[in-house]
Design a protein around this ligand. Structure first.
Ligand code: SF4
Length: 326
């Protein structure tokens, strides 16, 4: 696979003000994303995982330019798109599409499938007026739905079928990158597998690049080439999917992996990390030092004072933990 960067996130910070009182003065800040950097190469599926509140969805929204970066930059194909507006933003948004968790709320309940998929085709004049219906049929076929689905409303379809329509709508814009924000989390396990296989096939056939936001590590492992593990707005570990799942280099990643149900009883002997205790601290008041130290089973004195840098522990495998210090 090519190592040509498509998306470069550099020291991204996203902070939201907390307002209170009659005058709605800013009394605090939620540090949703706190100095995150990563690169997504053309043609790869890059996974971002972590518990609720870790900042992964805010990163997705920042990449889609649905929220503004407070600091840092977002480069797409080498161009800085962090603050582009107007036509430049419209061009960027055509190239980067999204698939959301709940297809029922992301599809207009008053429109049929052919209206939902046809709208971007007409608005952006992607095909001639006479060819719109043929293109809709092709997109449905690409997403393994029969042509008769063009006449159905969202409430007449199952969750998996609605998500296929959501994917077809994203593909209508002929994107280069798709941000999948918990795209299969609301689906039954058997349907999840079908949608994951569909996304994988589409990535290969259409040379797409994915950012896949999820909390189910088994899904992320199946789909993604590389993974970033996030906690409280920071990247704790990033590596190739195989490397991170076989040799985690951060206690938080180990705890997440430990929480995945293991169907192989003979593998139980290999599990020795303590289960993760406690709640994620508030992102408006993150702990000093390593942000994971309040829950880390291997915490040391140094962890409470100094932030561990995200450094290579192996080629192409970086972790932010003082345990890896030489
Ligand atoms: Fe745990 Fe310390 Fe490593 Fe943070 S730096 S993950 S607290 S051992």
């Amino acid at each position: 696979m090519t190592q040509e960067p498509l998306l470069q996130i550099q020291n991204l910070h996203v902070r939201f003000p907390v307002r209170a009182g009659l005058l709605q003065r800013t009394v605090a800040e939620v540090k949703a994303v706190n100095g995150v950097s990563f690169v997504v190469n053309k043609g790869e599926a890059f996974g971002i995982v972590g518990e609720s509140g870790c900042g992964k969805t805010t990163i997705a929204r920042a990449v889609l330019r649905l929220v503004d970066a407070t600091e840092g930059s977002i480069l797409y194909n080498g161009d800085d798109v962090t603050a582009v507006k107007g036509q430049q933003l419209a061009t960027f948004r055509k190239k980067v599409q999204a698939i959301f968790q709940d297809p029922f709320s992301s599809l207009n309940p008053r429109k049929t499938t052919k209206d939902i998929i046809g709208e971007p085709l007409r608005v952006h004049r992607l095909v001639n007026g006479n060819d719109v219906n043929n293109r809709i049929k092709d997109l449905l076929e690409l997403c393994e739905l029969p042509a008769r689905f063009a006449e159905l409303y969202p409430h007449e379809m199952s969750g998996g079928q609605r998500q296929r329509v959501g994917i077809a709508r994203a593909l209508a814009m002929e994107p280069e990158m798709i941000v999948c924000d918990e795209a299969v989390s609301a689906l039954d396990v058997s349907i999840q597998a079908q949608i994951i296989n569909l996304l994988e096939r589409l990535r290969k056939e259409l040379s797409l690049t994915y950012i896949f936001i999820g909390h189910d590590l088994s899904v992320v492992r199946h789909l993604c080439n590389r993974v970033a593990v996030m906690y409280l707005g920071r990247v704790m570990e990033t590596a190739g999917a195989d490397s991170i799942f076989k040799n985690p280099g951060h206690p938080y990643t180990s705890a997440l992996l430990d929480a995945v149900p293991n169907p192989d009883p003979e593998d139980e002997a290999g599990r020795h990390i303590e289960p993760l205790q406690g709640e994620v601290p508030s992102p408006s008041n993150p702990p000093q030092g390593c942000v994971f130290h309040t829950r880390c089973p291997q915490v040391m004195d140094k962890c409470c004072q100094s932030v561990p840098p995200l450094e290579n522990i192996n080629p192409n495998h970086a972790a932010a933990c003082w345990l890896n210090e030489a």
